[in-house]
Design a protein around this ligand. Structure first.
Ligand code: FAD
Length: 291
């Protein structure tokens, strides 16, 4: 099917883009176009104008923050995240996740901002950003940016905490300390197939014990789901096989798994526990001094 006729604008600045979005309530930003063009061709959304933000340099920067973290522009493409030395050096998991996305065509066009604003339940970045405790910086009217924690940004399937007339400006990530680790594990039948279950984990050790943790499951509900009971069960433990196995058996939260021709809901949930365990061990391994 062809998309309905619509208007197109290519603003020269973020301020102009947000002004256009405010004055055209039926307009949507166009970033990599990897998802919205399909949505328009399926006529699955009422959109009467596209505001092309894909060439705004202000959204295309990868910057070091003074505390040792990163600020990633919403318009940075996966291929740029995967190959940026600064991202590799400071938060290699972000580069790895970008590098693992689908295929070269999608990686060449798709953007970080598009990924999180689409917020498909199977999207790669939302669970990772919640696990990392990222902050989403949002541009609206005026020069001030407002900030929303990633944990509050993903509201539901295909919905995020943007108000009309706003767009995502950038994602801010804190640095990883030597006593912190990150894990990210996905169950996929093939690299270019939809994920069945996903787990993202951040944790911090204090001596021999896990002192803090964020465990997030993706693909199994309306939004990336933090697992408070698993996190609580991990705290104070040493991260041994038995204690991690016991922790991932804790009751799950925010899960509404659906079945399809690939997997039953029960299988997805069971696999989510298995992949959460793997992600926890992956994160723990980064906090251990090399032998
Ligand atoms: C074959 C195929 C397989 C895919 N598989 C996966 C996969 O396994 N995992 C995965 O994570 N993704 C997958 N995707 C989706 C891909 O990652 C998309 O690129 C991404 O979801 C959207 O990014 P985009 O830059 O193309 O955004 P667009 O398609 O341009 O926009 C997507 C939505 O976000 C809005 N938007 C974009 N940028 C902003 C912004 N800065 N502020 C506010 N709103 C904004 C748009 O208005 C639109 O509503 C796949 C896509 C294809 C075509």
């Amino acid at each position: 099917m062809l998309a309905r006729p619509l208007k197109y604008a290519r603003p020269a600045s973020v301020a102009e883009a947000t002004a256009l979005l405010r004055s055209h309530p039926g307009a949507r930003p166009l970033a990599g176009g990897q998802s919205i063009v399909n949505v328009l061709k399926l006529r699955a959304a009422e959109v009467d104008a596209l505001i092309d933000i894909s060439r705004l340099e202000e959204l295309r920067t990868i910057a070091a923050t003074p505390d040792g973290g990163l600020e990633l522009g919403a318009g940075v493409r996966y291929v740029e995240l995967a190959s940026a030395p600064l991202v590799r050096e400071r938060l290699p998991i972000v580069a790895d996740v970008a590098d693992g996305l689908v295929d070269v065509q999608v990686r060449n066009r798709g953007t970080l901002g598009g990924n999180i604003c689409l917020n498909d339940p199977t999207s790669n970045f939302p669970p990772l950003l919640v696990a990392l405790g990222a902050t989403i910086r949002i541009a609206g009217a005026g020069a001030e940016r407002r900030s929303v924690p990633a944990g509050d940004f993903f509201v539901g399937p295909y919905r995020c905490a943007l108000e009309p007339g706003e767009l995502v400006h950038s994602v801010v990530l804190a640095p990883l300390g030597g006593d912190e680790g990150v894990g990210y594990q996905t169950l996929q039948l093939a690299r270019d197939s939809w994920a069945l279950a996903r787990a993202a984990v951040w944790l911090r050790r204090d001596g021999d014990a896990i002192a803090d943790a964020r465990v997030v499951l993706g693909c199994l509900g309306p939004r990336p789901a933090r697992q408070g009971a698993i996190e609580a069960a991990l705290l104070g433990g040493g991260g041994g096989e038995a204690s991690v196995s016991a922790a991932v058996a804790a009751p799950l939260e925010g899960i509404d798994a659906v079945g399809d021709s690939h997997a039953s809901p029960e299988y997805r949930v069971e696999m989510a526990r298995v992949y959460a365990k793997r992600a926890i061990h992956q994160a723990l391994a980064q906090t251990e001094a090399p032998a």
